[in-house]
Design a protein around this ligand. Structure first.
Ligand code: OOB
Length: 548
């Protein structure tokens, strides 16, 4: 990793954030010992039968940090981390944070293309993978990637089958030694709060994801303010089901939010309703998070489960469009409150309050976590819209970095000269200051000059009782440029025709030009790694000639 490829916050703002106590100037890796001193052997992390107390977490993270240092990794180096949700993910993350080694958070479905291009872009010195996962040999993948990278990279493996040439992570975690001597030695070489702590991937669905570097200061603030906005406390038992390397389950408030509150993080590698419900019952889970499609699956499955879900107080739902009608079903079906989350790996996070009235909880995506977050809604000419009108959201703030890592040309497009991040999201802001996501700028379908927001059509079609999941994409057309093509998956036993879609939308008073002109039914929609409809794949599907 090259620090010159990181765009810093302006010095005067950094100073102001520090002076106001937003940035604490402490590395994230120093917290496990603070928690251990406060909470001792209280359970911090649960993964099936495996439980780690706070002291365990601190000692094992230190042991691994020492092992990583012995293998030649140090402050400012970076490693790709591709691990399924499990206790080792948390220890690996904290070991890196302790040493100042930057984990680049990959997702389990990534393969050679993503690992090699991102590994080369960042200049990683290691790749942390499971031996195999869901029948796929990640260890072999990591060795192929390592040999394709321009710089030598170690392969570090979590699992039973560690082959020659790989480093055994579990052996490093379990190694003996004097915890206090190690603690002192690692304290002495700790990174600073303003160093890059970790790297996240952007949620964009086009091309290779862009890399976002987050500092110890900014990410700690992200987790702390998120925990506050969601009322996390020492009684919180948070279930991480989405891939842990994504900002939502990691720090919004997620695993870090639970640990910062003295609570407990339960890691589960599958969103299957039976596994999720069993974990909720077994661990007394109080809070979890999901993208809308997953939350809806749980809501349907909850009707017939015999599992006791009564401990569940809150579900956080975010990541893609959720219509008010669908939102209203989720809480009652699961017997808990819904908090909507509008967030991004690039920074800004908004939540509806835990005690919001239904019109806010179901009808908005909430308000930013920090009074220092700046939101600006602009029209296509770049001028601010009138209050309450729809436009593209730009944002700046203490946990929204000023550029992607190492892509100055892209940064000139994605950030304004005065540091605003262009979210590409179409929003309006209610008089109370809540954000309502109305679609995406880049997700507009241009039908002969008429602009149609995919998000808007999706929200409307999602409300049809037949529909399980839906995505609207532009279908190239020689006559009008683009027409709306709708991809949908249906609930079991249901049918849907293009005419029924048109009737339903017309009945809702939707303008004729927005009515989809093609419907493709699929058993399930393809998804991006985090579970959003993969529009890139759907567009490709559209362009592939029909074999019939
Ligand atoms: C989360 O992060 P990313 O980086 O995967 O994706 C960010 C994008 C946003 O720009 C927006 O287009 C979309 O995902 N999005 C939503 C949304 N939340 C995110 N669109 C509509 N409604 C929402 N509630 O997706 C993410 C990160 C942290 C917390 C939650 C989600």
């Amino acid at each position: 990793m090259n620090p010159d490829d990181v765009t810093p916050w302006p010095a005067d703002l950094a100073h102001a954030y520090r002076a106001a106590g937003l940035w604490r100037g402490r590395p994230l890796g120093s917290y496990p010992w603070e928690w251990a001193d406060q909470w001792g052997d209280r359970t911090a992390v649960v993964d099936g039968e495996r439980r780690l107390g706070y002291r365990d977490l601190a000692e094992r993270s230190d042991a691994l940090a020492e092992g990583l240092a012995a293998s030649g990794l140090g402050r400012g180096d970076s490693v790709l981390v591709q691990l399924p949700n499990g206790w080792e993910f948390v220890v690996v993350a904290f070991a890196c944070l302790r040493l100042g080694v930057v984990p680049v958070m990959m997702l389990p479905p990534h393969r050679e293309y993503e690992l090699t291009s991102i590994g080369a872009h960042v200049g990683v010195k290691g790749i942390v993978v499971p031996d195999t996962w869901r029948g796929y040999d990640h260890q072999a993948l990591a060795h192929r990637v390592a040999s394709a990278l321009p710089e030598p990279a170690r392969v570090l493996v979590v699992g039973d089958d560690v082959r020659p040439g790989s480093v055994d992570v579990r052996t490093l975690i379990e190694r003996g030694g004097d915890p206090s001597a190690r603690r002192e030695a690692l304290d002495a070489r700790a990174p600073s709060g303003s160093d890059v702590a970790l790297m996240l991937l952007s949620g964009g669905t086009t091309g290779v994801p862009k890399v976002i570097s987050r500092t110890h200061d900014d990410y700690e603030y992200n987790a702390r303010r998120s925990a506050l906005a969601c009322g996390f406390d020492a009684g919180t038992v948070y279930l991480a089901v989405l891939p842990a390397g994504h900002n939502f389950p990691l720090a919004s408030p997620g695993i870090l939010g639970a640990l910062f509150s003295g609570g407990r993080a339960v890691l589960l590698p599958s969103p299957r309703p039976d596994a999720v419900f069993a974990a909720i019952e077994a661990e007394g889970v109080t809070s979890t998070s999901a993208v809308p499609a997953v939350a809806l699956r749980w809501a349907s499955a909850a009707a017939t489960t015999s599992a006791d879900l009564s401990t569940l107080r809150t579900i956080h739902v975010g990541g893609s469009v959720l219509s008010p009608e669908v939102a209203a079903r989720i809480g009652p079906a699961l017997g808990c409150r819904l908090q909507q989350v509008y967030g991004m790996a690039e920074g800004l996070i908004c939540y509806t309050p835990p005690d919001a009235p239904p019109e806010i909880a179901n009808g908005t995506q909430g308000a930013p976590i920090s009074p220092y977050d700046e939101l600006l809604v602009i029209d296509p000419d770049g001028n601010p819209v009138l209050p309450g009108e729809i436009g593209e959201l730009l944002t700046r703030g203490p946990y929204t970095p000023r550029g992607y890592y190492g892509v100055p040309d892209q940064n000139a497009v994605s950030f304004t000269p005065d540091g605003w991040y262009r979210t590409g999201d179409l929003v309006r802001i209610t008089p109370e200051g809540n954000v309502v996501v109305c679609g995406r700028v880049k997700d507009l379908i241009n039908r002969g000059g008429e602009k149609i927001s995919s998000g808007e059509i999706e929200t409307l079609v999602q409300e049809m009782p037949q529909v399980s999941e839906v995505a609207a994409v532009a279908m190239p057309d020689p006559e009008v440029g683009e027409r709306v093509c709708l991809f949908a998956s249906l609930h079991p036993g249901r049918t849907l025709t293009l005419e029924e879609v048109a009737e339903s939308l017309t009945a809702r008073g939707v303008a004729a030009f927005k009515i989809p002109e093609r419907l493709e039914l699929l058993p399930t929609l393809p998804h991006t790694s985090i579970g959003k409809p993969d529009k890139k794949a759907l567009r490709t599907h559209l362009l592939t000639p029909n074999p019939t």
